[in-house]
Design a protein. Structure first.
Length: 173
């Protein structure tokens, strides 16, 4: 019997930062508890970090609101960041002056950031089961190592090589 977990999301679209730079901060908070993720976002020294902090706060507020509207019992301390995505938005094409009257084109990237939080599954009950480790009997069979075919081939090859070198040495002298 699978229990369905509800996700609560928040989006920030058209943010003026490249998706690669936003992913640096999002990877720090992905999979963490909401309280810890808020702390990490607050103390990260990136320009997009305050936006992600605000977005994470919004996702938690959305979770509280929707849970209250639907009459679902929600434990805010049990929320964690389930997904954190930074998708490409539209690109603004710009022109920069270049030497000798030319112009270079470059692109200003925009980002759509999507955060979703979900409630961690609680333990199965109040009773915690402790399982004892099972010990498996160790039985190793010792096999004799024999390789007569390989040794014959190896023995034949070195014999042929010295004969060739002796002939070359005798012809030179």
């Amino acid at each position: 019997m699978a229990v369905e977990t509800k996700e609560y999301r928040a989006e920030a679209k058209f943010q003026r930062v490249s998706p690669q730079k936003a992913r640096l901060v999002l990877d720090l908070i992905k999979g963490r508890g909401v309280e810890e993720a808020l702390t990490v976002a607050a103390f990260t020294k990136k320009r997009i970090a305050p936006v992600i902090h605000k977005l994470l706060t919004s996702a938690v507020d959305n979770a509280k609101y929707v849970a209250g509207e639907q009459g679902v019992d929600l434990d805010v301390d049990n929320l964690y960041v389930k997904t954190a995505l930074a998708n490409d938005g539209p690109r603004m094409k710009r022109i920069r002056p270049a030497p000798m009257g030319r112009a270079f084109r470059y692109q200003r990237r925009l980002t759509h950031i999507v955060l979703s939080v979900a409630e961690r599954e609680a333990a199965g009950g109040l009773v915690t089961k402790v399982e004892e480790p099972t010990v498996e009997p160790k039985a190793k069979a010792v096999k004799p190592k024999t390789a007569p075919k390989a040794t014959k081939k190896k023995a034949e090859e070195p014999q042929a090589a010295p004969k060739a070198t002796k002939k070359k040495a005798s012809t030179k002298a």
